[in-house]
Design a protein around this ligand. Structure first.
Ligand code: G6P
Length: 610
């Protein structure tokens, strides 16, 4: 999730863009850059680090010119460094591009472009776009961009300018947000509303596949079929803080809603639906021979990341047939784990800075154990110290209670388990295809669940007086019961306990009465009948049941007081769907109880002390 700003008019483009980028810094901040066209030449300034670094560069080398594009980066392909910072130029430094998103087929395109004589200067997927435009350019930037994008698969929001066809900016969007701001004799592009609020409140939200041509006094928009279209102009009345939250009341809610995009971006370019394979070998260097002989996987993490690890264990054991253990990082060091060269330690951390998790990573390294980090923050301690790193591509997570980072971590774990299953030949070709087909459906199913927002909020309202909750799940949904309970505890300060449904009879059942509601994950699965029996046991003790059930399940309606129906998807992917209503439920409970959702008491986003 990066931020883009573009400007064409009579003001200093550099100043307007820098100001806009500051307002988008919440989208990413590992490097930034601006390009303007001046007297038929491109002038570019870039720097690593937060935007104040770019400020310093611009103070010593100011930019003149009144047409330009800029970018603040949250790295996905390629480390945070100046060469990988946007904007990126073609071979002749005439065309320049800023991009937010992931180009899925970038390797294939990059190889073709290199054989065609193009020279690459960065490790980014973005750079292929500018070379593709260069390949198609014969005087008309709009045509060249349209042709280039027809070769690209993936998600993008783009801004393009060119010295040989100046006086306009080309903008395009596909599965990544981009808006146009309309001014008086000036126009703008931006990834998000806050960037443009000081300049205009008249905005157009581009639709999927749209390409726009912006001049100072005119904006034309073309749809997927290259047909010129009119898009509605909206008048934005939000203030800046509302706008940063995308109009949502809290960052947490915004981040819950960003999950379809975060999941999609995390697997784009790593999973090929047609060929039924993954492309992880481009990112992690773990020898096939090691994968085949690996004795065990240790997964180590804290908090929500630990819950993702518990799902990971299930996936590695069931798909890749590798024994796996999961440890809470603060316990790992003190139990003398048997670490050796044949084992792999996977640490999972959104921030990559959690002290206990880093200590576990160091212990594994000291014992010559191979290490892999799953992180969201590029350049974090964990990502630098681990032998290998695989990033979730969720963008900055601001709400203290983790939501989109969790589903991003699950997505990476599915990718790894699938990749290693393919390499270890533990899946039939048919099963592999089936899994990949289901994987692709996850983002749209998550979007469907988000439409139940109102229903879940009304349900939460009925339970605000309760002080204790029990969350039950089984098998690969037991970790989701733990995560649902943790979300409720963290933000609403209501006591909640996650338990394996089958284990309830060995203790927690004693607690159940009319004051202790029970949230049960009862979506369709191989052990559905067993979960139904657990529901009966809880009801017999006077418990009020809220069931997560699969659409069309009539049986559950007769057995429970409340149901949240979820779309059907293969049971394997149910954790990615089932956690969503739990996040929403906890969120609304906290809102109704007047709690500080984004910054709950006593908690910190990143715990850097042991
Ligand atoms: C804190 C946060 C949690 C997070 C945990 C682990 O407790 O409040 O939301 O799950 O740390 O953080 P990490 O960055 O290592 O995933």
């Amino acid at each position: 999730m990066c931020g883009i700003v573009g400007y064409i008019g009579s003001k200093s483009a550099g100043e307007v863009i820098l100001d806009g980028l500051h307002r988008l810094e919440y989208r990413g901040y590992d490097s930034a850059g601006i390009a303007v066209v001046l007297n038929g030449k491109l002038e570019i300034r870039r720097s690593v680090g937060k935007l104040n670094q770019l400020n310093k560069v611009l103070e010593s080398r100011p930019l003149k010119g009144s047409i330009g594009i800029g970018h603040t980066r949250w790295a996905t392909h390629g480390r945070p460094c100046e060469e990988n910072a946007h904007p990126h130029t073609d071979c002749k430094d005439k065309i320049v591009v800023v991009h937010n998103g992931i180009i899925e087929n970038y390797l294939e395109l990059k190889n073709k472009l290199i054989s065609g004589g193009h020279r690459f200067k960065s490790e980014t997927d973005t750079e292929i776009i500018v070379h593709l435009i260069e390949k198609h350019f014969s005087g008309n930037l709009l045509n060249a961009t349209q042709k280039a994008l027809s070769e690209v698969r993936g998600a993008y929001a783009l801004g393009v300018i060119c010295t040989d066809d100046p006086d306009h900016i080309i903008a395009a969007r596909q599965d990544a947000p981009l808006i146009i701001g309309l001014g008086e004799d000036e126009n703008f592009i931006a990834s998000d509303i806050p960037a443009l609020l000081p300049y205009t409140r008249k905005m157009i939200f581009l639709e999927e596949g749209d390409i726009a041509e912006l001049r100072r006094n005119k904006v034309r928009i073309f749809d997927k079929k290259k047909k010129e279209v009119k898009r509605q102009v909206k008048n934005i009345t939000w203030d800046r803080v509302q706008a940063e939250k995308g109009g949502f009341k809290h960052f947490m809610l915004k981040e819950i809603y960003e999950q379809p995009q975060a999941i999609r971006e995390t697997f784009l370019g790593r999973l090929n639906p047609e060929k039924g394979v993954t492309y992880l070998k481009e990112e992690i260097k773990i020898a096939d021979s090691f994968l085949k002989s690996m004795s065990k996987i240790y997964i180590v993490a804290c908090g929500t990341s630990y819950h993702a690890g518990l799902v990971g264990k299930f996936l590695f054991e069931n798909l890749s047939l590798i024994p796996a253990e999961v440890d809470i990082a603060s316990e790992f060091r003190y139990r003398c784990p048997v670490l050796d060269r044949n084992a792999l330690t996977i640490i999972i951390s959104q921030s990559g800075e959690t002290a206990d998790t880093i200590a576990a990573l160091r212990l594994a390294k000291k014992n010559k154990c191979n290490t892999l980090a799953i992180c969201n923050v590029m350049g974090s301690t964990a990502s630098r110290e681990a032998d290998n790193v695989l990033y979730t591509r969720c963008g900055p997570e601001i709400g203290v209670a983790s939501t989109k980072a969790f589903t991003g971590q699950l997505t990476v774990l599915y990718l790894l388990a699938l990749d290693w299953a393919i390499k270890r030949k533990t899946l039939t070709a048919k099963k592999r295809k089936e899994i990949i087909d289901n994987f692709w459906e996850v983002p749209s199913k998550v979007s469907e669940i988000l439409k139940k927002d109102k229903e879940i909020s009304s349900l939460a309202k009925e339970f605000t007086a309760k002080r204790d909750f029990l969350y039950l799940g089984r098998n690969l949904n037991y970790p989701i019961a733990l995560e649902g309970a943790l979300k409720l505890k963290e933000i609403s300060y209501i006591h909640a306990e996650g338990y394996p449904a089958g284990e309830m009879k060995h203790g927690p059942i004693a607690l159940i009465d009319e004051d202790m509601p029970v949230m049960v994950i009862a979506t369709r699965s191989k052990i559905y009948e067993k979960v139904l029996s657990n529901i009966e046991e809880a009801r017999a003790r006077g418990g009020t049941i809220i069931a997560l059930a699969t659409e069309g399940d009539k049986e559950i309606k007769a057995k429970t007081e409340h149901q949240i129906y979820l779309p059907h998807l293969d049971e394997l992917f149910s954790p990615l769907l089932n956690v969503i209503p739990m996040q929403l439920f906890a969120y609304y409970m906290a809102v109704f109880l007047g709690c500080d959702v984004d910054q709950p008491r006593n908690l910190a986003k990143s715990v850097t002390v042991e």
